[in-house]
Design a protein around this ligand. Structure first.
Ligand code: TMP
Length: 236
C-alpha cells in the first residue's frame, strides 16, 4: 500500500496512517545545520535517531511525561500520535554552549548557576529567533497555560534525562523540545536524539552529538552509535 505523504522536514518525513489519530514518522539520514545552510548526510542517522528517540520516549512515558510515541514498527519508522505542533521550540540548558555561550559571552562548558529555559519561534524563514512569553502571547503561538505546561514538562524531562545519562557517563549539556496539542492537551512531540541534544562524555568531555557535524569534528556516525550503545547496549 502506498503511504500518503503529509509533510517532509529536514530530517524526517510524515505519512498518514489508517488511524486518523496517528501518523508515521520516517527518519532520514539527511543532516542540516545553521538553518539549512550546511547540508550533508550522516550514515544510518535515521536508524540511530529513531532508536535513541524511541528509547527516551519510553523512559519519559514510564516517568509520567505525556509524549507522542506509540511504537517503532521498523528501524526508520516511528508510529506517533498526531499532534497539532505549537510553533515554539523549548531549549533547556545546564551548561553554557552553542548560541547561549555566544549570546552572553561565556566560554563553552561553564556550568549555569541555575537551569535556563528558552523559547524560540519555530519559523525557518526567520531562522528560529529567541522569543519570550510576551512574543508568544502577541503572536498567539500558545496560551499562558500551555507555556506553563511546556516549561513544567521541560524541567521534569531535564531532571529525568540528566540523572539517567549521568549513569551512562554522559553529561546533558542542553537540548531542544517541541510540543503539540493532542485532544487539547499539551504533549511532547518531535525527537530526542544527538540531533537535538548536546551530550558530552562525562570523563573526557568528548562531544557525542550533532556538533561533530556542525563543526566538522569528524567521527559523526561513531558518536551517534556510541550514544545508542551506552543507552541501550545495542551495536549498530
Ligand atoms: P543552540 O546552542 O544552537 O541554540 O542549541 C541549543 C540546543 O538545541 C542544542 O542541544 C541543539 C538543539 N538545536 C536543535 O535541536 N535544533 C536547532 O535548529 C538548533 C539551532 C539547536
Amino acid at each position: 500500500m502506498e503511504k500518503q505523504p503529509l509533510y517532509e522536514g529536514k530530517a524526517k518525513r510524515i505519512f498518514a496512517t489508517n488511524n486518523e489519530d496517528e501518523v508515521l514518522v520516517y527518519y532520514k539520514d539527511d543532516a542540516t545545520a545553521f538553518n539549512g545552510e550546511k547540508k550533508g548526510t550522516i550514515l544510518n542517522k535515521g536508524i540511530l535517531n529513531n532508536r535513541i528517540s524511541s528509547f527516551f520516549f519510553k523512559l519519559l512515558s514510564e516517568q509520567g511525561i505525556p509524549n507522542h510515541f506509540v511504537s517503532m514498527p521498523s528501524d526508520r519508522e516511528m508510529l506517533v500520535k498526531s499532534l497539532k505542533i505549537l510553533l515554539v521550540e523549548v531549549v533547556v540548558r545546564n551548561i553554557a554552549a552553542g548560541s547561549l555561550a555566544k549570546r552572553i559571552g561565556w566560554e563553552e562548558g561553564r556550568k549555569m548557576p541555575c537551569t535556563v529555559v528558552e523559547m524560540y519561534y519555530k519559523n525557518d524563514d526567520l531562522g528560529d529567533p529567541l522569543i519570550n512569553d510576551y512574543h508568544i502571547k502577541a503572536l498567539g503561538l500558545a496560551t499562558a497555560e500551555q507555556v506553563a505546561k511546556m516549561e513544567e514538562y521541560a524541567l521534569k524531562i531535564n531532571t529525568i534525562l540528566t540523572n539517567y545519562l549521568k549513569e551512562k557517563d554522559l553529561e546533558l549539556i542542553d537540548f531542544k523540545l517541541e510540543f503539540g496539542l493532542h485532544k487539547g492537551e499539551v504533549m511532547l512531540g518531535d525527537e530526542i536524539s544527538p540531533d537535538t541534544c548536546r551530550f558530552w562524555d562525562s570523563k573526557t568531555g568528548e562531544k557525542l552529538d550533532k556538533d561533530r557535524f556542525r563543526r566538522n569534528l569528524g567521527n559523526v556516525e561513531e558518536a551517534y552509535k556510541e550514544v545508542l550503545l551506552r543507552l541501550t547496549g545495542e551495536v549498530l
